[in-house]
Write a new protein. Structure first.
Length: 66
């Protein structure tokens, strides 16, 4: 932030509350008259049993999300 590597985008910091629980993505295709929703998808998070390993960073996903 001090070096302004990202220009004006780095002039403000937003701190969010910690949100727990599952997350999913839902895509929609929209034109001027219609909205087409795709199935929900959820990506894999930490590896190993009980989600004890490192984050996978998008190694795959499953759909529909529960």
């Amino acid at each position: 932030m001090r070096k302004k590597a990202f220009g004006a985008a780095g002039t403000r910091v937003v701190i969010e509350e910690l949100l727990t629980g599952p997350e999913c993505s839902i895509l929609a295709f929209v034109d001027r008259k219609n909205i087409y929703l795709m199935e929900s998808a959820q990506d894999h998070k930490p590896v190993d049993d009980g989600d004890t390993g490192p984050m996978t960073g998008g190694m795959g996903a499953y759909s529909p999300a529960p």
